[in-house]
Design a protein around this ligand. Structure first.
Ligand code: SF4
Length: 316
């Protein structure tokens, strides 16, 4: 199921996420766990220009609604998307103020809260569970990889057991969980990437975002790449990535809603691939077109998401 269909089913109308930067930090950047962050990270690349922590959350939501208004000719609802850095990384009182300011906005129907798995605890999850009784609340966890070896290599600062614990503790409270996974991280074979589908299928995930590895300007990975390009896997060609994603989807639990298949950032942030994927006429491939390509590859194989999924995959 596409994410747009999931929203239609859940809310009865289209949903537009409005990115909000509440000014939270990250323990992997403030010295608590490290100073340099995950090697692939440059948060600025994903932050829309209207979205600055100097503005109140209400102002950012109003600006976001104005920014998106010309796209919508039909009924649309809004979710505040706390995306930048780790949006549960603050004392509970501060989280309460931010989340409740967003939820008080008359056009906001819920929150999507992006965070690290090591930035939630029982009191925070209990609080989210009370909010979730009245509002749509989704916690979106940065998983990035299911392999501890990779998580160390990318300087993530937590292991996969931490991810499993956070997602299970969240879902147990009735809060839907999203996940974010990067395909193409250094040191992972293609088989290992495909096998992550079976591992993630064991988790109570509602949604999943897949991203291809990109080397972003200002990231640690850029430094590594400039010193030694061979230390970083070459970027996926478009067709190669579509085939990989389809192999992954065939092994993924069928009810997990795949929200996106790839990331895109403004060209000024791209180091490698130097430019995003292109059509033969040199126009950029949009996210919705990539989704169409993935669907037509699955159709040409006469398969679908989850065709090779079995609950026992993890034990095989
Ligand atoms: S990816 Fe997330 S967790 Fe990693 S350094 Fe960036 S903000 Fe922190």
């Amino acid at each position: 199921m596409r994410y747009s269909d999931y929203c239609l089913q859940r809310f009865g109308h289209r949903i537009q996420k409005l990115t909000v930067n509440a000014g939270f930090g990250c323990p992997n950047r403030d010295g608590t766990l490290g100073m340099h962050g995950c090697i692939f990270c440059n948060n600025d690349a994903f932050n829309p220009s209207y979205c600055q922590p100097a503005k109140t959350i209400t102002q950012q939501i109003d600006d976001g609604i104005r920014f998106h208004s010309h796209h919508h000719h039909q009924q649309v609802g809004y979710l505040a998307y706390l995306q930048a850095y780790s949006n549960t990384y603050a004392p509970l009182e501060r989280l309460r103020e931010c989340y409740e300011e967003a939820l008080e906005h008359p056009l906001i129907e819920g929150l999507v809260i992006a965070t690290r798995p090591d930035c939630v605890d029982e009191p925070k999850l209990d609080y989210l569970a009370t909010l979730a009784q009245r509002h749509y609340i989704m916690v979106e966890y940065g998983i990035e990889s299911c392999y501890d070896r990779t998580l160390q290599r990318i300087n993530r600062g937590h292991d996969y057991a931490c991810t499993v614990h956070a997602i299970e503790a969240t879902a147990r409270r009735g809060i839907p969980c999203g996940g974010h996974l990067i395909l193409g991280l250094p040191g992972e074979s293609r088989e290992e990437m495909v096998a992550e589908a079976a591992l993630l299928s064991q988790l109570p995930l509602t949604t999943l975002k897949l991203h291809q590895l990109q080397i972003l300007r200002g990231s640690q990975l850029e430094k590594e790449y400039l010193q030694d390009p061979s230390s970083v896997p070459p970027p996926f060609a478009l067709k190669e990535y579509i085939v990989l994603v389809c192999d992954f989807l065939e092994r993924l639990r069928p009810d997990i809603v795949v929200e996106r298949y790839a990331a895109s950032v403004p060209p000024r942030y791209q180091v490698a691939p130097e430019r995003g994927w292109k059509h033969p006429d040199a126009t950029p491939v949009k996210g919705s077109e990539l989704a169409d390509m993935v669907e037509s590859e699955l159709a040409s194989r006469n398969t679908h998401q989850g065709i090779y999924y079995t609950p026992k995959n993890i034990h095989q």
